[in-house]
Design a protein around this ligand. Sequence first.
Ligand code: HEM
Length: 394
Amino acid sequence: MHADVENVRVQAAHQNGPPAPMAFVSFVPVAAAAESLPALSRAPASSGRAPLGRSGTDQQFSLPTAAAIAALAAGSAAVSRPNGTRLRIQRAAVGRRGGLLGGLAVAAAAARPKPANAAEKLTKQTAEKVQADIEQIIKADPNKGPTLVRLAWHSCGSYDKVSKTGGSGPGTIRFKEELAHGGNAGLDKAVAWLEPVKQSNPSISYADLYTLAGVASIKALGGPDVPWRAGRVDSVSPSDVTPDGRLPNASNGSAKKDVDHLRDVFYRMGFNDQEIVALSGAHALGRCHADASGFVGPWTPTPTTFNNLYFKLLKNSQWEEGCIKGETCKNPQYRNVDTQQFMMLPTDIALLKDPSFSKYVDLYADDQKVFFKDFSKAFSTLLELGTKDLYTVV
Ligand code: HEM
């Protein structure tokens, strides 16, 4: 019996923004508990993290048996979690006369065997609805598309292949601690744009939502299909935020240092030179904002269309240091000499300075089809950094 009570259904009450200090554990009525619960992933008792179920709202914890029994008997109690935080346990809807008996019945229901990996999967219908919601955001304001692409990439770009930390898996970019990282300036807005999408499609995790937003935006802006899989499980703790400094700096003091820095950062994630160049092609989209990065201006004349103009301009224009026409920029950047309307970051210009990079700039400038194919593959890989047990939505 004791072992049977170990698995209890948990509803985490802190899904929006930084988690509240307590998670609430609800014991639900027997029949409902038995029949309607999607079985959810189970956190090992030794785990320091409390993963959410697929829905982003439900999860199972393995609680110490004695504590769970005590909570049942008491109707409401606080129990320590393995990571030292505390769970408040409430017994809801156990009838007055139920008392301990009711509690035990609930325990028995909760203990009904569930398939080992029966977490509720994201349905194709929901994934399509989420994509349609994102398309609506972009239709209303196409300039939001590029920022959503940047959010998707930054949600993954913290990955370190050696320590296997960071990446898109835990969805930590929604925490203020990660949004405060220097490289994420301005992305709080994008997180806020997606919150209503999460609210109307609660079964998608934030981590899946941010990456799917990148895929949907690339497509909505005329880019290639990017293979995407679901199943990222949100972290509920800002302690999973990786240290600041993992995203690339756009200006590192010299072209040689920019080249080395790009390799340091992207090799750390597991990418090679060709993939670094292909991914950089996302700068076909969007612009730099004075109030975000301090750089200013668009890379191309078509910032809401995904194409290979970034490479064409990079390769075929002459670039000089300076802000684009009529703008003040705080950081060292480049502008095209003839019209001074377009900009490049020092790290963009660095792609011309290294033969192993520049050959791919040439390739993608000359062949948009190859760029789309290579970008799609590299972006899909990026979106899966730091994840496990992903599945194709069917
Ligand atoms: C190679 C290293 C990279 C550096 C140093 C870099 C740096 C930057 C900077 C400084 C901005 C301007 C942010 C702002 O002021 O709003 C920016 C914007 C952007 N970046 Fe990157 N980035 C890099 C790679 C990437 C990658 C790999 C992607 C996607 C695959 C990407 C997608 C974007 C997009 C779409 C924008 C425009 C955002 C908007 O319009 O709001 N970047 N990037």
